[in-house]
Design a binder for this molecule. Structure first.
Ligand code: ZN
Length: 246
């Protein structure tokens, strides 16, 4: 069971479903440290990224962006099996980091992934059109994953034509998302993710273990698309290969 996006150090084997694999992402220096010492695991790829909303946290400690970017590049270069992510744009933080600066940052980071020939994991919140335009302009020739996708079928199709795979998180089950009613007509490659420990929980739902969250998401997605969990798993494992192929 492949988890296309989660955070934190690699979990213990007993917490995992069978045939587990993952892309374990990080969004800034504090999270890099959590995963940098993790042992290599089969079908797991560690990803080092930087989200615009993290800039404030290290600026407060006296580090500047250029320094952090240098550290990031060094980390990705020395950790030869690593990927770049998560990186992206997030309109909720437009007040602290203006969207123009966010776009410049993410363009630079996609450029870094491209120059090191590593996959990149994208985070996009309320800025789908801007990211889509950037990708159309850059046309990166690396595996691209758009995590936490909640966009339209049209955007999914355009992304697929650019070679970008979308990954769907439990947030799709939030009341009122349009995508949850269209999953059965989504024809493009899709991966599933938990975004653990930042995963969505329905109001009133009791906290569940990591394994339960992942299994529940697969089960619900299989139901919504009229397939079996086994078929869904096999399909996701196939799409995941391009990201874990080390
Ligand atoms: Zn994330």
């Amino acid at each position: 069971m492949f988890d296309a996006h989660r955070h934190g150090p690699g979990p213990n084997a007993e917490e995992l479903p069978p045939r587990w694999g993952a892309l374990i992402a990080s969004s800034g220096p504090r999270q890099w440290a959590q995963i940098a010492e993790s042992p290599p695991l089969p079908n797991v790829r560690y990803c080092y990224g930087l989200l615009p909303q993290e800039i404030q946290a290290f600026s407060d400690t006296g580090m500047d962006l250029e320094q952090v970017l240098q550290n990031l590049e060094k980390l990705i270069t020395t950790q030869r099996d690593s990927a770049v992510g998560e990186i992206g744009i997030d309109d909720r933080f437009n007040q602290t980091v203006p969207m123009n600066s966010q776009l410049l940052l993410v363009e630079r980071l996609i450029g870094l992934a491209q120059s090191l020939d590593r996959p990149a994991i994208l985070h996009v919140v309320r800025a789908d059109g801007l990211m889509l335009n950037l990708l159309k302009r850059m046309k990166p020739r690396i595996p691209l994953l758009w995590h936490g996708f909640l966009g339209s079928l049209e955007t999914a199709r355009e992304l697929a034509s650019l070679g970008c795979v979308v990954s769907i998180a439990p947030s799709v089950w939030r009341t009122g998302t349009k995508l949850q009613d269209r999953l059965n007509v989504l024809q493009t490659p899709v991966l599933l993710e938990t975004d653990y420990p930042y995963h969505y929980r329905s109001p009133g739902e009791a906290p569940a273990s990591y394994k339960k969250i992942l299994e529940h998401h697969y089960r619900r997605f299989a139901q919504a698309t009229g397939t079996s969990v086994e078929t869904l798993e096999r399909r996701c494992d196939g799409y995941a290969q391009v990201f874990t192929n080390q």
